[in-house]
Design a protein. Structure first.
Length: 278
């Protein structure tokens, strides 16, 4: 099946990351193709954040390698990754609430004329660009000079995604983009994830919410305690099966059995006590 997708945009081969004696990641492999949403799932402590930071150039892997469009790469900083087209939208969004939508959209890369002390920003062009790029994803910003803090959480997420796409991202890594959003605002973000996929980007969607991941995902890689439980095609696995694997199905079954046994023992003890002579 992978052969039909062409060359992968990004591939992780047997990545491991250690912090002293702590194993943060061990032998993780993952692949993302153009026009695909790869969902990276795992509960808290599964290793998602470490893998994100490794892909985005914050951490250097201790073992394994990263391939970008088939070529081995080394990211020594987030700027290295960004220059290669790997854009990461972290939960904190790296936005300044009191600055305008336009200034947050460009973040120091505004179109300008002149040089040195005579350089000036072309605010008309910058405002129009920010407005049009947001409009493409269905968000009508009537006044792009308004403070970004006036936007909803979903709109701010979409602004961060639109910014990454506009500046040439090939791979879009989204760190829990819907975690703090209500159903309606999460829907806004998920629709844009689908749009990014339709444009041919590779999207790595990191979340612990299977209900948000399942509608947009093509495949799932599931992490548990720094190790991979495998990669699964959406067509081969149900939402419930993904949820069970992510939560540790065997562990939950064992816990359920223990609780049932405890409840039976407790019931038997209560019955025995009630039948005892006073």
């Amino acid at each position: 099946m992978a052969a039909d997708r062409g060359t992968a945009l990004i591939e992780v081969q047997s990545i491991s990351k250690f912090f002293g004696s702590v194993i943060a990641l061990k032998d993780i492999s993952m692949i993302c193709y153009p026009g695909e949403v790869m969902c990276l799932l795992g509960d808290n402590g599964a290793g998602k954040s470490t893998l994100i930071k490794t892909l985005s150039g914050v951490h250097i892997p201790d073992e394994g390698r990263i391939l970008l469009e088939g070529e081995p790469v080394d990211f020594n900083s987030p700027r290295d990754a960004l220059d290669r087209g790997i854009a990461t939208v972290f939960q904190d969004l790296a936005m300044v609430s009191l600055m305008s939508v336009t200034r947050n959209f460009f973040m120091g890369r505004e179109p300008a004329v002149g040089r040195g002390l005579l350089q000036r920003i072309r605010f008309g062009l910058a405002n129009n660009t920010a407005r049009e790029e947001m409009k493409k994803i269905g968000i009508d910003v009537r006044d792009p000079s308004q403070a970004v803090g006036t936007l909803s959480g979903g709109e701010r997420q979409c602004l961060a995604i639109a910014r990454a796409v506009y500046f040439g991202a090939k791979v879009l890594i989204l760190d829990e983009p819907t975690s703090a959003l209500g159903v309606k605002q999460a829907g806004v973000v998920l629709r844009y994830v689908a749009q990014a996929k339709a444009r041919g980007l590779g999207v790595i969607f990191i979340t612990h919410n299977v209900h948000h991941a399942y509608p947009v995902a093509d495949r799932f890689t599931i992490l548990n305690r720094g190790r991979s439980l495998g990669t699964f095609e959406k067509s081969d696995v149900s939402r419930e099966e993904v949820l069970s694997m992510m939560a540790g199905g065997q562990e939950l079954d064992e816990l359920t059995s223990e609780l049932e046994e405890f409840q039976r023992a407790d019931t038997a003890g209560a019955a025995a006590a009630s039948g005892a002579p006073h």
